[in-house]
Design a protein around this ligand. Structure first.
Ligand code: ACO
Length: 401
């Protein structure tokens, strides 16, 4: 529920809105979301149309620059990104310093921030051209960093992409190419991956996007702002949910598959367990992305001939939740991440990389929001608070305490 108070303190009237549930932080022309009706549009285009008809790079261009690109614009954009798809050799040393067991999101966040050191010109972006250069740089380098985090985990040699491939196929190649083997991929895999990235590409002022805007509002560089966004996304209440969902579904399977038992646990207020992948801060109706993903999960698993018992458990949970008073009353529906992990797993993406995949998808959204904020010359973000601590106290010397 929304819990807003206006309090009169010494500094005048302050609105207290925990978790900013009903507080707008900006005006934005990027993403439209109607949580009551379950509508999501990027720059006015329905998410259903974009997922079906556009590819990820077109959507990235649309989000960042406001219009669908024509062929020439798209080619130039892709060309400029490819020109920037090398990472300084020294970055490999930083990656080398991380333990193999490190969570990929921590590694990705650190490497993204470290890129600033090797690309100092990306920080001081006073013109649109500076911004464009920083944007194509990160769109070129971020997939390399993401792929390398995975390769390090799997003890695979670090590689670079292939300029003849599309943006998403190239990302896939960098992640999965095996030494001494010719890279080959089922087009159904690339199509599914492309769609998932599109569905994650923006979602207005969510936690990680607000973080990117907040950090960027101090005029810290784009890469530092994005690095903070990666950290925000990492948490299980946000992007980390896709990993948490599959772990939960596996847990239910190993426990014997009794979904009812876990439904009861989720409803028990003394039990910290929540049904991961259910509920959303803004959607109080079906998450439109969840609908597309559920269909896609069925198609992809069918096309790839993958049988995953966890998909059946997921469908069972969804069905039960839709008929359960607790979930119905609170309008808790499956969110985008309820089914995404099942597809990622069918595509051969390891569980601990799921949130990295989300970050790859969200990258254009973060960039678009950062660019919009800088173009509009938004002021530094700085919320207020209601002070509830001690009043003035006399200092007591250490030996007298
Ligand atoms: N399982 C059980 N109960 C839930 C769940 C859940 N998944 N989600 C919310 N509730 C209950 C709460 O306990 C609360 O009940 P109450 O009114 O009796 O106290 C009520 O529903 C409202 O929930 P809040 O936590 O107040 O809602 P909020 O908007 O703060 O949280 C969130 C939204 C974080 C997504 C929450 O639903 C949740 O934790 N879901 C599970 C994690 C998840 O799937 N996160 C992914 C979000 S989507 C994304 O980032 C792409």
């Amino acid at each position: 529920g929304i819990d807003i108070k206006t309090l009169r303190g010494e500094a005048g009237v302050i609105t207290l809105d925990r978790g900013y549930k009903n507080t707008g932080s900006c005006e934005s022309a990027i993403t439209f979301l109607d949580g009551e009706k379950g509508i999501l549009r990027y720059r006015g285009y329905a998410i259903e149309d974009l997922a079906e008809k556009a590819d990820f790079l077109e959507v990235a261009y649309l989000l960042i620059f406001g219009e669908l690109p024509n062929k020439e614009q798209l080619e130039k954009f892709h060309h400029d990104i490819k020109e920037e798809s090398q990472v300084d050799e020294e970055v490999k040393k930083i990656l080398d310093g991380f333990p193999k067991a490190a969570h990929p999101m921590g590694v990705l966040s650190s490497l993204t921030s470290a890129l600033t050191a090797f690309n100092p010109s990306s920080v001081d972006v006073s013109s649109e051209e500076d911004m464009y250069n920083a944007i194509v740089k990160i769109l070129g380098k971020f997939p390399v960093l993401a792929a390398w985090t995975l390769r390090k985990k799997k003890s695979l040699p670090l590689n670079y992409g292939d300029d003849s491939l599309g943006y998403v196929e190239n990302l896939h190649k960098m992640m999965f190419e095996k030494p001494g083997k010719k890279y080959d991929v089922d087009p159904a895999v690339i199509e599914a991956l492309d769609k998932l990235l599109i569905l994650h590409a923006d979602h207005e002022q969510n936690c990680s996007t607000s973080t990117v805007r907040m950090v960027g509002s101090s005029h810290a560089g784009l890469f530092a702002s994005l690095s903070a966004g990666v950290s925000a996304l990492w948490g299980p209440l946000h992007g980390g949910a896709n990993q948490a969902v599959i772990e939960m579904l596996e847990g239910i399977k190993e426990d014997g598959g009794d979904t009812k038992k876990f439904m009861e646990k989720a409803k028990d207020k003394d039990d910290p367990f929540r049904l991961m992948g259910f509920g959303h801060r803004v959607y109080k109706n079906f998450d439109p992305r969840a609908k597309i993903i559920k269909k896609s999960a069925d198609e992809v698993l069918g096309q790839l001939g993958v049988e995953d018992p966890v998909l059946e458990i997921a469908k069972g949970l969804e069905k039960e939740a839709l008929e359960d008073d607790y979930f119905v009353k609170r309008k808790l529906y499956p969110n985008v991440d309820f089914y995404s992990g099942i597809i990622y797993r069918a595509l051969g993406i390891p569980v601990e990389m799921f949130t990295v995949m989300f970050a790859l998808g969200r990258l254009p959204g973060w960039i678009a929001q950062w660019r919009e904020m800088r173009m509009k010359k938004e002021p530094i973000g700085r919320p207020r608070q209601i002070y509830v601590g001690e009043n003035h106290r006399e200092f007591t010397d250490l030996e007298k305490r």
